[in-house]
Design a binder for this molecule. Sequence first.
Ligand code: C2E
Ligand code: CA
Ligand code: CA
Ligand code: CA
Length: 279
Amino acid sequence: SKDIGRNSYSFFTKEMNQQVSQRLGIETQLRRALSQHEFHLAYQPVMDAASGQMVAVEALLRWNNKELGFVPPDRFIPIAEETGLIVPIGEWVLREATRQVAQWQRHYGLPLRLAVNVSARQFQGEGLLPLLREVLDETGFAPESLELEITERLILNETASNSEQLLRIHEMGVSLSVDDFGTGFSALSYLKRFPFRVLKIDRSFIRDICTDQGDASLTKAIIAMAHGLGLHVIAEGVEEQSQEQFLMASQCDMLQGYYYSRPLPAADIEPFIQRFQQQ
Ligand code: C2E
Ligand code: CA
Ligand code: CA
Ligand code: CA
């Protein structure tokens, strides 16, 4: 049994070493990723439930590195947040997404909204508001068409300056969305205190709405509560028609998920956008 103990110990440290060096590898590569032009954005449509129209796209960051290959956001975003690299990366995301969507708006004559994910780190310091002003100015992007998605976690770690920044952003005409709603174990009072326009129900609730009575009830209750507070609701992770039917019957405003489209690079999502121009 001593042997087993020793073996599992050395196995454990080997695993840990691997994880540490993987993390270091990601961090090292991440520092050069912007200057090496290794990022691109994928866009996922958001559908209006009542009209079936595409009303928005969410920009999602993609990273393809020479050595590491494709690294999913869930692997590198936390490291970008810890190291502060998310600030310049997030700035690039904002510039690139508004540039691209402004071009689509002009070209297809569509009132397409844009949702961009923003990390807590980007709210620290004074940089976000001037950046937003500059980017909107340069691209001519209407602030009313821009939506910043922030997770419940950010709102929970709210500092005084955070809540003031949220107000200032709102005053600029830019909308704020609560992302991953329902995963934050939070008191709900923040929904009343901050100027949110949209609440996004996390896909962990949507996955089993057709088979799990609890998830079905929770989803309906969230939609009713959000509407009572004057918020629009987006359901994330819609993968099947049965989920769409349930959500439409439950008065959900907007739908997003693989059922409509996976997040796709700009060139591949354009035919999808084109379809809605002709209607
Ligand atoms: P999120 O903001 O909740 O984004 C939705 C995630 O769900 C995306 O994963 C999307 O590809 C995935 N998804 C969409 N529809 C479906 C579906 O029907 N089924 C399933 N199973 N998944 C679906 P992705 O692109 O891997 O992004 C993961 C997370 O990384 C995002 O979660 C967001 O928190 C973060 N992220 C992505 N891009 C950015 C960014 O530019 N800035 C920041 N700060 N975070 C980002
Ligand atoms: Ca999001
Ligand atoms: Ca989400
Ligand atoms: Ca998420």
